[in-house]
Design a protein around this ligand. Structure first.
Ligand SMILES: [Zn+2]
Length: 144
């Protein structure tokens, strides 16, 4: 859904003729589009950059298209770090969208640290369920 840009973000709802406020609920500054929500928003950038750092990759998030190209070209094979990064990316996308919906419909908020904790929990549960060797990268990302 997110890769196909089919999530009902504000820009898509407006394209369908609905009148909705277009500010991003995560940063209260940008316009809510898929690209902003998942790659340009300071809230998401902080979280994804922290995930990458936990995986030993020191770089900041790129724009949506370049981030996807990076993911497609780098996350190949069956190594443990590829497995973890795929899990982390899926978890990141899921939790950002969940957080957006909680802010919009429940008026509840989690800070970056809490959302990062949710991503780490998700990755840790999946990694631990596979009985994989716990190396330094795994320990960092799974540490509470
Ligand atoms: Zn934003």
């Amino acid at each position: 859904m997110v890769i196909l840009d089919r999530l009902p973000t504000v820009d898509r709802l407006q394209h369908l003729g609905l009148t909705v406020e277009d500010r991003c609920l995560m940063c209260d500054n940008g316009h809510e589009t898929r690209n902003h929500l998942f790659a340009d928003c300071p809230y998401g950038i902080q979280i994804w950059s922290a995930v990458l750092s936990l995986c030993g990759l020191e770089r900041v998030m790129m724009d949506w298209e370049r981030e996807l190209v990076w993911l497609y070209t780098r996350l190949k094979g069956k190594s443990l770090i590829v497995f973890i990064l795929k899990l982390a990316w899926n978890s990141y996308v899921y939790h950002i969208w969940e957080e957006r919906n909680c802010r919009k419909f429940r008026n509840t908020y989690r800070d970056c640290s809490s959302l990062l904790g949710c991503i780490k929990d998700t990755v840790c549960i999946r990694v631990c369920s596979r009985r994989v060797h716990m190396d330094d990268v795994n320990r960092h990302i799974c540490a509470a």
